[in-house]
Structures are given as C-alpha cells and as structure tokens.
Ligand binder design. Structure first.
Ligand code: PAF
Length: 283
C-alpha cells in the first residue's frame, strides 16, 4: 500500500487512475481498524478497480470533553490490514495539512445532523461533514463506503453529497458484530473485562425491542420507554434511545422503516448501536 500524507500528491495519484478509466472506491476511517472496516474494504475492493482508504483522527468532530487524545491509534496494525485487503493507496494527512492555521470553513447539515448523536455531541456532524468533504475533494472517488453502525453519519453524509453535487455514490454496508452481538467499534478497546461481558446486552435489548415494534406490539414511544426501563439498572448510563423514521430521522410515519438507535456510556466508552425495523404490512 502506498502511504501519502500530502493532499496534492494523493490527488495526483488518484487522478491518474481515473484518467485510465479506473473506478475508485474510498473507505474513510480514523484508523484503529477492525473487522467492520475490513468488510468495507472488501466490498470496495470487489466493486472497484482501485481501493483508497484514509486514516485521519479528525479533531473537528470531537467535543472538548471527548476522547480525541486517547482515541486508539495503531498505524502499523492498520497498515497490515490495508495490505491484506489489497488497498492501493492510504491517504494519511497530518492535522496541519487538513486544517492549516486560519482554517474556518464548516459544513453543516441542519435537520438531519441535529438529533440523536447531533443533540448529544454538538458540532460533531459539522466536523464529520467538513472533513469528509475535504477528503472527497482531494480523492474524487466514484464510491464511498460507510458502515450502518453509524447510521446517522451515513444519512448526513449522503445528504451532503446530494446537496453539494459531489458526484460520489455512497454505499452503506451492514454493521459487523462480535458473535455475542456487540457491534464492532474502535471504542470497544476502552472496555474493561466486566464491561465487555455486559456490552452485548445493548444489542439484545435493541433486537428484542425491534421485534416488538415490528409486530406492532409496541409503539415507537413505547419502544423508547421500554429500552430506557430495561437499561436503567445497567452498569453505565443510557444517553438516548430513539425510534425515528429511518430516512428522515424525524417522527415515525406509518409503514415506513424505523431506525431504533441508542447511545450508552459504559466506563470510558460511549457505545452506539442501531437496528432498522421494517414493520409488518398494515402497521
Ligand atoms: O466514521 C468515522 O470513522 C469518521 O467519522 C469518518 C467518516 C472517517 C470521518 O472522520
């Protein structure tokens, strides 16, 4: 894998490939790669002629009391995975290259970026949208691969791509889970042994609540309340549990898929997870 830190150099390499008519697949990451990232890399590798990944721990998307300084960094291990998955180019810019002194632009996606994660992490999605717009501008990929685990991120970025005519197709890939159901996340590394043993409860509660929503046994509000009740005595603290329209992230509408999602503080980790509920006909 070729590792490039300079934006102009990365742009020139990718442009040369595009010039030959090659299709460019792009997987943006903050590193600390796990099998969730691997599934994105594999899909991109399968569907495109060139596979480009980025690793950049983006300070703009972390709040002042969040985990920027201790976010896991493992470039040597990440590099091995990128090589194993046939990555052609790793774009790994410095913070200075991304945000030179005087950088002030922010891309906001109002509405879609305001609820759920956006409500708990003010400024988060402006940070995500801004960095991804810059990455897309530099790399000009044909397709960008994102994970469903960060469902709101995928929706916010898809809207940004549409509104700004960025001309990249956004491909959202299923959440990858441990065998016990815990969604893979770089932040799982923060969990102690007992926390890790408890963590799959989040997905179990989501799954069971989703089943009750699907059959109509629970209403969206009832589902949120049920999750709050069931997690009230856990070892951490529920940040939010929400049932929203899976596309607009607004109020649930009859017969449309529901995004049931939660965020939970467990020890030093803040874990998020979601399931999409497609209701039985007539519900
Ligand atoms: O999902 C992530 O790892 C990040 O939010 C992303 C998309 C790489 C932007 O920094």
């Amino acid at each position: 894998v070729r590792i490039v830190r300079d934006p102009d150099a990365a742009r020139a390499i990718v442009r040369a490939w595009r010039g030959k008519g090659e299709r460019i697949g792009f997987v943006p990451t903050m590193g600390a790669l796990h099998d969730g990232h691997r599934s994105l890399l594999r899909r991109a590798r399968r569907e495109c002629d060139r596979l480009v990944a980025s690793i950049f721990v983006n300070p703009l998307q972390f709040g002042p009391r969040e985990d920027l300084s201790r976010y896991p960094r493992s470039l040597a291990r990440d590099r091995s995975m990128l090589i194993a998955e046939g990555t052609d180019l790793l774009y790994n810019p410095s913070a200075r290259a991304m945000y030179p002194p005087g950088f002030t632009v922010r891309i906001e996606v109002p509405g879609l970026g305001d609820g759920l994660e956006g409500a708990s992490r003010p400024g988060h999605f402006a940070g995500v949208a801004t960095v991804v717009a810059k990455l897309l501008n530099t790399l000009e990929p044909d397709r960008m691969y994102l994970g469903q685990k960060d469902a709101q991120q995928a929706i916010v970025l898809s809207k940004m791509v549409r509104d700004l005519d960025l001309g990249v197709r956004v491909v959202v890939c299923p959440t990858v889970r441990e065998t016990d159901g815990l969604a893979l996340s770089s932040r799982n590394a923060y969990l102690t042994r007992p926390e890790r043993a408890w963590a799959p409860s989040l997905h179990r509660v989501l799954r069971e609540t989703a089943a009750a929503l699907r059959t109509g046994e629970m209403t969206p509000r009832g589902a949120e309340a049920s999750i709050r009740r069931r997690l009230a005595n856990g070892p951490g603290k529920l940040d939010y549990a929400r049932a929203v329209d899976a596309e607009t992230l607004g109020p649930v509408r009859t017969a449309r898929p529901i995004l049931l999602s939660l965020a939970y503080h467990l020890g030093k980790a803040r874990l998020i997870d979601n399931v999409v509920v497609r209701r039985a006909k007539g519900r």
